[in-house]
Design a protein around this ligand. Structure first.
Ligand code: NAP
Length: 267
């Protein structure tokens, strides 16, 4: 029996257990996915303990993604993003840390036939999700404009991300009008029917990914659909970060449809 899990606090509402267990069921794997809620001071002991107990892999979520970076051997992309959300214990050395949020966003876009190479991308938000997505898009060959409510954070991030520029939200109208890809990596749209992107700037040449997955149909995605743009909801990103983690841990292609069905039936 292989044991996988999620380290976070809180983790009670996580959709990762049903998504991963659907994959084990589909492939007939003897595995379980369980959640762990260590105290903030115990994260290093928790990861060492998981390693000692032979746990095969862990996802990591708030508030431990930055702490985990200091404890495991991070892969280059995770180190540049500054956060680890997936730990693989299968090697003989220290556990390896990955950031699958970045790849999750890329795979969500590619699944919808969006080309990233040479795309002009706008990332709205410079928090944890914005950092991961901006690095992911730039590594995949896009030119990235980062716009954030606190403009200084956009400039700071843009100095780290190759070829990126930093902006305030006031530049969005102009940036989006000239863009191929827009990603909302803010929490706007979760609590209220609001959007960070002016609807007038959306157009039919655009692909719009909203990282928000609750609700699935945000105002941004409704506006984007009205403008004739390609829309990608946040559940696709959530799905593909899990797919990527599954593939890192098992070395097998993930049963994407089974995982997607398990996820969407709970959203
Ligand atoms: P975070 O680190 O707390 O960052 C929040 C971001 O939202 C910041 O850029 C913040 O701007 C901005 N923001 C918050 N309220 C705003 C407002 N009223 N107007 C404009 N900007 C506002 O959070 P996070 O971890 O990056 O998560 C951001 C969103 O992505 C959440 O909805 C989360 O659920 C989602 N997410 C989805 C996935 C997925 O797999 N689909 C994965 C990760 C995250 P300031 O810097 O100015 O505060």
């Amino acid at each position: 029996m292989d044991v996988y899990g999620l380290l976070g606090n809180p983790v009670g509402h996580s959709l990762s257990p049903p998504m991963h267990e659907a994959a084990y069921d589909e492939l007939g794997l003897e595995a379980r996915y369980v959640t762990f809620e260590p105290d903030e001071d115990d994260i290093e002991d928790a990861i060492a303990g998981a390693d000692a107990l032979g746990i095969a892999g862990l996802n990591v979520t708030i508030p431990f993604k930055q702490d985990a970076l200091e404890i495991v051997a991070p892969e280059d992309l995770a180190a540049r993003i500054g956060a680890v959300n997936t730990i693989d214990f299968s090697g003989s050395g220290p556990p390896t840390g990955y950031n699958t949020d970045a790849v999750g966003a890329l795979r969500a876009l590619r699944d919808h036939d969006v080309t990233i190479q040479d795309a002009r991308a706008v990332v709205v938000g410079a928090g944890g999700a914005g950092r991961a997505i901006a690095f992911g898009l730039a590594d995949a060959g896009a030119t990235v404009a980062i716009a954030n409510r606190t403009e200084s954070k956009a400039h700071t991030l843009a100095e780290e991300v190759p070829r990126a520029t930093g902006h305030g939200l006031g530049d969005l109208e102009r940036l989006v009008a000239n863009a191929d890809v827009v990603v909302n990596a803010t929490s706007v749209g979760m609590e209220s029917d609001a959007t960070p992107v002016p609807a007038d700037a959306l157009h039919e040449e655009l692909a719009v990914l909203d990282a928000v997955y609750s609700p699935l149909e945000t105002r941004l995605l409704r506006d984007a659909a009205d403008a004739g743009a390609t829309t990608v909801d946040g559940a696709w990103m959530l799905l593909y970060q899990g797919v990527e983690a599954f593939e890192i841990w098992t070395g097998r292609d993930a049963p994407v449809d089974a995982m997607n069905n398990a996820l969407r039936s709970r959203l």
